[in-house]
Structure formats: C-alpha cells, structure tokens
Ligand binder design. Structure first.
Ligand code: CO
Length: 163
C-alpha cells in the first residue's frame, strides 16, 4: 500500500500539462495502484497523477456509489452534451468549493492498463468527475472557473494553501 501526500493548490506540478503514457509497464501499474490507494485513503471521487506529483495523463475515478473504480489512461473527450451547474470540490483544494458548469454527458476515449483503446460513456456525477480529472491533466483547476466573488469568499483559505 502506497499512499501519497496530495499536492495542494500552489504546487507548480498542478499547472503543468501532463504527458501521454507510452509504456504500459510495471511503472504504470504502480502509478495506478498508488493513485487508487491514495484516493481510497483520502475519500474523494477522483484523483489525477499530477496531484501526486506525476506528470502523466492518468487518473482514477469512482462511479456514483463507489462500486466501480475507473483507471483512465490518455483520455480524450469525444462528445459532450448538456450542462449542469453543481458545487464542486477537489482534493487539492481542501474545504473549498466552487460552483462549476459541466456537461451532463460525455463520451471519452482512453486506454486500458494494457494499452487497449476503448470508449466510456458517462453521465451526471461521473461525467463531471471525468471532465474535472481531464482538466488536471491539462493544468486546469477548479479555481479557474471561479467568479471574482467566489475567490473573494474563499480568499483566506486560498492564500493559506498557496502560501
Ligand atoms: Co481535482
């Protein structure tokens, strides 16, 4: 079991664009296991590799009800439709929440642990989670969606995090 410390807002790695995975090897398997262990320990819905300091296009995400854990490699959004505004958090922003508009349904293309390309359709919370985690792989964070008013409201906590 390998639980990592989650990088918080202000850590430069969270702003980097992560790189495609090209080797489907033991190192990737270890990364997926570390992400899973860390997510289970920290209790979120999803966790992207940059959040544990690894610049790779990999994330893990639970479905609603946490029955299934998706292990997603090299994702791309193929389709997005509908929109919904919900309050959203992030393990890199503890106890801070923003109201974010996300698609209601997405179809993503991604690779499996063995390097096989596949597609997954997601709706509701899982779709929101997928798009949130893909943002992480592009260095985009929930604060980028925040209004000036929301940033002002959370200023003290944000300043403390970014230190
Ligand atoms: Co996040």
């Amino acid at each position: 079991m390998s639980v990592h410390r989650i990088k918080k807002y202000g850590a430069p790695v969270l702003r980097d664009k992560a790189e495609q995975v090209t080797a489907f090897d033991a190192k990737l398997e270890k990364l997926l296991r570390d992400l899973e262990d860390t997510l289970r320990k920290c209790g979120g819905l999803g966790l992207a590799a940059p959040q544990i300091g690894v610049r790779r296009r990999v994330f893990v995400a639970f479905d609603e009800g946490k029955k299934r854990l998706f292990k997603i490699i090299n994702p791309q959004v193929l389709e997005a439709s509908g929109e919904e505004i919900e309050i959203e958090g992030c393990l890199s922003f503890p106890d801070i929440f923003f109201s974010i508009k996300r698609p209601l349904r997405v179809v993503i293309s991604c690779e499996t642990q063995k390097g096989r390309r596949t597609q997954i359709e997601a709706t509701g919370l899982l779709a929101r989670c997928f798009v949130h985690e893909i943002d992480h792989l592009n260095g985009k964070l929930i604060i980028d969606y925040a209004t000036a008013q929301e940033k002002k409201y959370w200023k003290e906590k944000l300043d403390k995090l970014a230190g």
